[in-house]
Design a protein around this ligand. Structure first.
Ligand code: ATP
Ligand code: MN
Length: 459
């Protein structure tokens, strides 16, 4: 049985078997305490050996932090504080040792100390899930992924799988990774390449999602996304997971409402389903995070146009490294200022200048701005980017040309505007940004099991 189930479901005096990895061992005269964790929940369980049998002496010797064990015994009320139950242990088997000292060519188990720096743990990514922090992040990720599917299922969005290998730069979003089987000598001879043309890893499933939204009305994707971002920031990865809903017969207002409802739903799920993990993050990672998530879950998100936001930023320009100016992209420091100082909560910024947004966003009547929306949250800045899509054939053609691309390459995309066009809108949420926001983890590399970033692709 998993420790989670023993802790929540087993009746007292029941005989139990526990399997897991030793966190700590304390030996006293005639008494040995072992704390075992199996990762099924935040808490571990304590096994107490009272006057242990001498035949167990060998086993106790190899019962060190990190060793895997099987322990049997009876579930009893615990006299110790901080735990309701413990196991009055009768048998012990060490299944796999984890030596505390270097032993021949096997180095000592590296997770000896109670607390290691996140930087150190990044270097042993294959073992870091055994720590409280990374165990909590992993369970939070899993729980949130499930909540995302539930949210969309409850609203009749169909889960869509969009391709990972694509032939075009979908949205001019960041640099792309090339996919090729050509040898170094054949570089650039795309006609000879595997697909007969140049191909890349996708930067977004949006354009393909649009084609299905224009048939099934409501769809969403949730898959890996790749960007050759050379920016060494705490919120960019080269490989990350993106959630992208797309809805037909929906405008920017519907899109903003969906994004707000979505974020609140996911945050409430975290508060309910990952209470132990969040309590840990609140104490050890980001003080007050539970309260601030609670506020976000109940707040009305502030709406502001890009133009008004820039006006507000200009009034405070002495505070910024980058001067805010109409026409320029908002920097992370501007985004944080808007949420933390002006709104005191999440903000949705809309109607950005067309020059700084993708070609597919619907042009406003002013001919200068597009129906874009970015959702900004405290501590992080942008967590969601989305828009109403251009549904007018001529206007979309013009925007493609203005962006220096050829309408011919987008004929399938333009077909959606040729045949049965309709207003439609959608957004993209970076799953790791969401996990950062909910956990308070400062670096995005610590909320994905194996981060891929410039210069970093190993385990
Ligand atoms: P940013 O301005 O923060 O670099 P973006 O505007 O390039 O992001 P979009 O193309 O709007 O990002 O992508 C939608 C969402 O995907 C973003 O709001 C963000 O949550 C997430 N995202 C984008 N790039 C990355 C990345 N390199 N690593 C992790 N998440 C990302
Ligand atoms: Mn964006």
């Amino acid at each position: 049985m998993l420790i989670k189930n023993i802790l929540t479901q087993s009746p007292m005096s029941q005989d139990v078997e526990i399997y897991g990895w030793v966190r700590t061992k304390r030996e006293m005269k005639n008494l040995v305490f072992v704390e075992v964790n199996d990762g099924s929940c935040f808490a571990g369980i304590q096994a107490t050996f009272n006057e242990p049998d001498e035949t167990l002496a060998n086993e106790f010797a190899s019962l060190t932090t990190g060793a895997s064990v099987k322990i049997t015994g009876k579930l009893v009320a615990s006299p110790a504080s901080g735990q309701a139950v413990e196991v009055a242990a009768v048998s012990l088997a060490v299944l796999g040792k984890a030596p505390a000292e270097t032993d021949g060519d096997i180095p000592a188990y590296p997770l000896q100390k109670k607390r290691h720096s996140l930087e150190f743990l990044r270097e042993i990514a294959h073992l870091r899930a055994r720590t409280n922090t990374f165990g909590a992040v992993a369970r939070l990720r899993s729980s949130m992924a499930f909540a995302i599917h539930r949210f969309f299922k409850e609203r009749d969005f169909q889960y869509l799988h969009t391709p990972i290998i694509t032939a075009g730069d979908c949205e001019g979003a960041g640099a792309m990774f090339q996919v090729t089987t050509l040898s170094a000598k054949e570089a650039g001879q795309w006609a000879k390449d595997f697909f007969g043309k140049q191909t890349f890893l996708t930067v977004s499933g949006q354009l393909e999602a649009e084609t299905y939204a224009m048939a099934l009305s409501r769809v969403y994707t949730f898959g890996p996304t790749f960007r050759a971002e050379n920016s060494n920031t705490a919120r960019h990865l080269a490989e990350f997971w993106m959630v992208e809903p797309e809805a037909a017969f929906a405008d920017l207002k519907d899109n903003m409402d969906l994004a707000e409802e979505f974020l609140k739903y996911i945050i409430k799920s975290a508060l309910e389903e990952c209470a132990d993990e969040l309590a840990f993050f609140d104490t050890h990672v980001e003080k007050g995070i539970i309260e601030s998530l609670g506020q976000t879950a109940n707040a009305k998100f502030t709406h502001v146009t890009y133009t008004d936001a820039v006006r507000e930023l200009e009034k405070n320009k002495s505070l910024f490294e980058f001067e805010p100016r109409w026409g320029c992209d908002l920097q992370s420091e501007h985004e944080k200022f808007l949420t933390e100082k002006i709104a005191g909560g999440p903000v949705i910024v809309t109607d950005y200048p067309k020059e700084i947004k993708a070609f597919y966003m619907k042009l406003n009547d002013d001919n200068k701005t597009v129906r874009a929306m970015d959702v900004l949250v405290p501590r992080l800045g942008e967590i969601i980017g989305g828009s109403q899509r251009e549904d007018d054939y001529e206007k979309l053609c013009n925007r493609i040309k203005e962006a220096g691309m050829s309408p011919k390459d987008y004929s399938w995309y333009l077909d959606l505007r040729r045949y049965g066009t309709a207003p439609h809108a959608g957004f993209g949420l970076g799953f790791e940004r969401l996990i950062q926001y909910i956990s308070g983890m400062a670096n995005i590399r610590d909320v994905i099991p194996y981060p891929r970033a410039a210069g970093q692709a190993g385990l």
